[in-house]
Design a protein around this ligand. Structure first.
Ligand SMILES: [Zn+2]
Length: 229
Protein backbone atom coordinates (compact mmCIF):
# COMPACT_ATOMS: atom_id res chain seq x y z
CA UNK A 1 0.00 0.00 0.00
CA UNK A 2 2.75 2.45 0.90
CA UNK A 3 4.46 1.77 -2.37
CA UNK A 4 1.39 2.68 -4.37
CA UNK A 5 1.13 5.90 -2.38
CA UNK A 6 4.74 6.70 -2.99
CA UNK A 7 4.07 6.59 -6.69
CA UNK A 8 1.05 8.83 -6.21
CA UNK A 9 3.33 11.31 -4.52
CA UNK A 10 4.78 12.12 -7.89
CA UNK A 11 1.37 13.30 -9.03
CA UNK A 12 1.77 16.50 -7.02
CA UNK A 13 0.00 18.19 -4.14
CA UNK A 14 -2.83 15.67 -3.83
CA UNK A 15 -0.34 12.87 -3.58
CA UNK A 16 1.78 14.78 -1.08
CA UNK A 17 -1.29 15.31 1.13
CA UNK A 18 -1.90 11.59 1.15
CA UNK A 19 1.71 11.01 2.13
CA UNK A 20 1.58 13.61 4.93
CA UNK A 21 -1.73 12.26 6.23
CA UNK A 22 -0.43 8.74 6.33
CA UNK A 23 2.79 9.89 7.96
CA UNK A 24 0.79 11.63 10.68
CA UNK A 25 -1.30 8.54 11.23
CA UNK A 26 1.95 6.64 11.60
CA UNK A 27 3.29 9.16 14.10
CA UNK A 28 0.07 9.18 16.12
CA UNK A 29 0.22 5.42 16.36
CA UNK A 30 3.86 5.81 17.33
CA UNK A 31 4.91 3.67 14.43
CA UNK A 32 7.74 4.11 12.04
CA UNK A 33 6.55 4.44 8.46
CA UNK A 34 9.42 2.89 6.58
CA UNK A 35 8.79 4.10 3.06
CA UNK A 36 8.61 7.80 3.83
CA UNK A 37 12.23 8.65 3.82
CA UNK A 38 11.37 12.05 2.47
CA UNK A 39 10.82 13.06 6.09
CA UNK A 40 13.31 10.97 8.01
CA UNK A 41 17.07 10.78 7.96
CA UNK A 42 17.31 7.00 8.05
CA UNK A 43 17.51 4.94 4.88
CA UNK A 44 14.72 2.38 4.65
CA UNK A 45 17.07 -0.29 3.43
CA UNK A 46 20.79 -0.87 3.93
CA UNK A 47 22.29 -3.29 1.44
CA UNK A 48 25.52 -5.05 2.32
CA UNK A 49 27.68 -6.56 -0.41
CA UNK A 50 29.63 -9.25 1.42
CA UNK A 51 33.45 -9.14 1.42
CA UNK A 52 35.43 -6.71 -0.80
CA UNK A 53 39.00 -5.54 -1.35
CA UNK A 54 41.54 -8.03 0.02
CA UNK A 55 38.67 -10.25 1.13
CA UNK A 56 37.42 -11.80 -2.10
CA UNK A 57 35.03 -14.25 -0.42
CA UNK A 58 34.63 -17.55 -2.17
CA UNK A 59 35.75 -17.99 -5.77
CA UNK A 60 35.93 -20.25 -8.80
CA UNK A 61 38.72 -19.41 -11.18
CA UNK A 62 38.43 -15.70 -11.77
CA UNK A 63 34.80 -15.59 -10.70
CA UNK A 64 34.88 -13.82 -7.34
CA UNK A 65 32.13 -13.70 -4.75
CA UNK A 66 32.92 -10.10 -3.77
CA UNK A 67 32.23 -8.92 -7.35
CA UNK A 68 28.98 -10.87 -7.73
CA UNK A 69 27.76 -9.56 -4.35
CA UNK A 70 28.51 -5.96 -5.29
CA UNK A 71 26.88 -6.22 -8.71
CA UNK A 72 23.66 -7.67 -7.26
CA UNK A 73 23.67 -5.06 -4.48
CA UNK A 74 24.04 -2.20 -6.97
CA UNK A 75 21.25 -3.61 -9.13
CA UNK A 76 19.00 -4.07 -6.07
CA UNK A 77 19.77 -0.52 -4.92
CA UNK A 78 18.78 0.88 -8.31
CA UNK A 79 15.58 -1.17 -8.31
CA UNK A 80 14.59 0.22 -4.89
CA UNK A 81 15.71 3.80 -5.58
CA UNK A 82 13.65 3.81 -8.79
CA UNK A 83 10.65 3.03 -6.60
CA UNK A 84 11.25 5.88 -4.16
CA UNK A 85 12.90 3.84 -1.40
CA UNK A 86 15.94 5.41 0.29
CA UNK A 87 18.85 2.98 0.21
CA UNK A 88 22.29 3.00 1.75
CA UNK A 89 25.16 0.62 1.02
CA UNK A 90 27.92 -0.65 3.28
CA UNK A 91 30.17 -0.45 0.22
CA UNK A 92 29.68 0.64 -3.37
CA UNK A 93 33.15 -0.20 -4.66
CA UNK A 94 35.59 -3.08 -4.38
CA UNK A 95 36.87 -2.11 -0.95
CA UNK A 96 37.68 -3.81 2.27
CA UNK A 97 35.89 -2.29 5.25
CA UNK A 98 38.33 -3.41 7.91
CA UNK A 99 41.02 -0.82 7.30
CA UNK A 100 44.69 -1.60 6.77
CA UNK A 101 45.77 -5.23 6.78
CA UNK A 102 46.49 -6.21 10.36
CA UNK A 103 45.27 -8.52 13.05
CA UNK A 104 41.57 -8.04 13.68
CA UNK A 105 40.85 -6.68 10.21
CA UNK A 106 38.00 -9.15 9.65
CA UNK A 107 36.27 -8.25 12.91
CA UNK A 108 36.65 -4.53 12.15
CA UNK A 109 35.15 -5.11 8.72
CA UNK A 110 32.12 -6.84 10.23
CA UNK A 111 31.71 -4.18 12.95
CA UNK A 112 31.70 -1.44 10.31
CA UNK A 113 29.06 -3.27 8.32
CA UNK A 114 26.80 -3.80 11.32
CA UNK A 115 27.11 -0.18 12.45
CA UNK A 116 26.00 0.95 9.02
CA UNK A 117 23.26 -1.67 8.75
CA UNK A 118 21.82 -0.57 12.09
CA UNK A 119 21.33 2.95 10.71
CA UNK A 120 18.65 1.62 8.36
CA UNK A 121 15.24 0.21 9.06
CA UNK A 122 15.99 -3.14 7.51
CA UNK A 123 19.24 -4.61 6.25
CA UNK A 124 20.05 -7.20 3.62
CA UNK A 125 23.47 -8.80 3.31
CA UNK A 126 24.24 -10.52 0.01
CA UNK A 127 26.65 -13.42 -0.39
CA UNK A 128 27.53 -16.36 -2.63
CA UNK A 129 27.77 -19.85 -1.20
CA UNK A 130 30.32 -22.59 -1.72
CA UNK A 131 30.46 -26.23 -0.73
CA UNK A 132 28.80 -29.54 -1.38
CA UNK A 133 25.28 -29.07 -2.66
CA UNK A 134 23.62 -31.47 -5.08
CA UNK A 135 21.06 -29.07 -6.47
CA UNK A 136 22.73 -25.78 -5.57
CA UNK A 137 20.42 -22.82 -5.08
CA UNK A 138 19.72 -19.98 -2.72
CA UNK A 139 19.12 -19.81 0.99
CA UNK A 140 18.11 -17.01 3.32
CA UNK A 141 19.28 -16.66 6.92
CA UNK A 142 17.81 -14.55 9.70
CA UNK A 143 18.65 -14.05 13.40
CA UNK A 144 17.04 -16.71 15.54
CA UNK A 145 13.96 -15.58 17.49
CA UNK A 146 13.60 -12.37 15.49
CA UNK A 147 10.09 -12.53 14.08
CA UNK A 148 10.43 -9.33 12.04
CA UNK A 149 13.55 -10.58 10.34
CA UNK A 150 11.86 -13.94 9.79
CA UNK A 151 8.96 -12.21 8.00
CA UNK A 152 11.42 -10.29 5.84
CA UNK A 153 13.37 -13.48 5.12
CA UNK A 154 10.29 -15.43 4.07
CA UNK A 155 8.97 -12.68 1.81
CA UNK A 156 12.34 -12.38 0.09
CA UNK A 157 12.75 -16.15 -0.17
CA UNK A 158 9.36 -16.43 -1.87
CA UNK A 159 10.41 -13.90 -4.52
CA UNK A 160 13.81 -15.52 -4.97
CA UNK A 161 12.11 -18.87 -5.62
CA UNK A 162 10.77 -17.35 -8.86
CA UNK A 163 14.27 -16.94 -10.27
CA UNK A 164 16.43 -19.49 -8.46
CA UNK A 165 16.33 -23.03 -7.13
CA UNK A 166 16.16 -23.07 -3.33
CA UNK A 167 18.80 -24.93 -1.38
CA UNK A 168 16.50 -24.56 1.64
CA UNK A 169 12.75 -24.17 1.16
CA UNK A 170 12.40 -22.19 4.38
CA UNK A 171 14.34 -19.29 5.84
CA UNK A 172 16.95 -20.55 8.29
CA UNK A 173 17.35 -19.13 11.82
CA UNK A 174 20.95 -18.51 12.83
CA UNK A 175 22.47 -17.50 16.12
CA UNK A 176 26.18 -17.58 15.36
CA UNK A 177 26.62 -15.18 12.44
CA UNK A 178 28.09 -11.85 13.52
CA UNK A 179 26.12 -9.54 11.24
CA UNK A 180 22.86 -11.23 12.20
CA UNK A 181 23.68 -11.51 15.89
CA UNK A 182 24.70 -7.87 16.28
CA UNK A 183 22.07 -6.26 14.10
CA UNK A 184 19.39 -4.23 15.85
CA UNK A 185 17.09 -3.93 12.85
CA UNK A 186 15.42 -6.75 10.89
CA UNK A 187 18.38 -8.20 9.01
CA UNK A 188 18.71 -11.10 6.62
CA UNK A 189 21.65 -12.71 4.87
CA UNK A 190 21.06 -14.15 1.41
CA UNK A 191 23.28 -16.74 -0.23
CA UNK A 192 22.14 -16.32 -3.84
CA UNK A 193 23.71 -19.53 -5.14
CA UNK A 194 26.65 -21.92 -4.99
CA UNK A 195 29.78 -20.89 -6.85
CA UNK A 196 30.84 -24.54 -6.56
CA UNK A 197 27.76 -25.76 -8.46
CA UNK A 198 27.98 -25.77 -12.28
CA UNK A 199 24.37 -24.72 -12.95
CA UNK A 200 24.50 -21.98 -10.33
CA UNK A 201 27.76 -20.77 -11.81
CA UNK A 202 26.08 -20.22 -15.18
CA UNK A 203 23.51 -18.05 -13.41
CA UNK A 204 26.04 -16.23 -11.24
CA UNK A 205 28.03 -15.16 -14.31
CA UNK A 206 24.95 -13.99 -16.21
CA UNK A 207 24.18 -10.24 -15.83
CA UNK A 208 20.52 -10.84 -16.75
CA UNK A 209 20.15 -13.41 -13.99
CA UNK A 210 21.84 -11.09 -11.51
CA UNK A 211 19.29 -8.44 -12.50
CA UNK A 212 16.44 -10.91 -11.95
CA UNK A 213 17.87 -11.86 -8.57
CA UNK A 214 18.22 -8.18 -7.63
CA UNK A 215 14.62 -7.51 -8.60
CA UNK A 216 13.42 -10.54 -6.63
CA UNK A 217 15.28 -9.32 -3.53
CA UNK A 218 14.00 -5.77 -4.06
CA UNK A 219 10.42 -6.98 -4.51
CA UNK A 220 10.58 -9.03 -1.31
CA UNK A 221 11.86 -6.01 0.60
CA UNK A 222 9.14 -3.79 -0.89
CA UNK A 223 6.48 -6.28 0.17
CA UNK A 224 7.87 -6.29 3.69
CA UNK A 225 7.86 -2.47 3.85
CA UNK A 226 4.38 -2.31 2.35
CA UNK A 227 3.04 -4.56 5.09
CA UNK A 228 4.00 -1.82 7.54
CA UNK A 229 6.56 -3.81 9.45
ZN1 LIG B 1 30.30 -14.53 1.64
Amino acid sequence: MYIVLLRKKRLGIAGMLIVITLLMVGLVKNEVVPAFNLFVDRPAVVLDAGHGGVDKGTSHGDLLEKEINLDIVLKTAKFLLDRGIAVDLTRDTDEDLGGKLKKGRHRKDLEFRVTKMNRGMVAVSIHVNSGASKKGGALVLYPRENEEAKNLAELVLKEISQVQVLDHEFAIPKSNLYVLKKSQVPTILIEVGFISHPEDRVKLTNPDWRQQMAEAIGTGVLKYLALGN
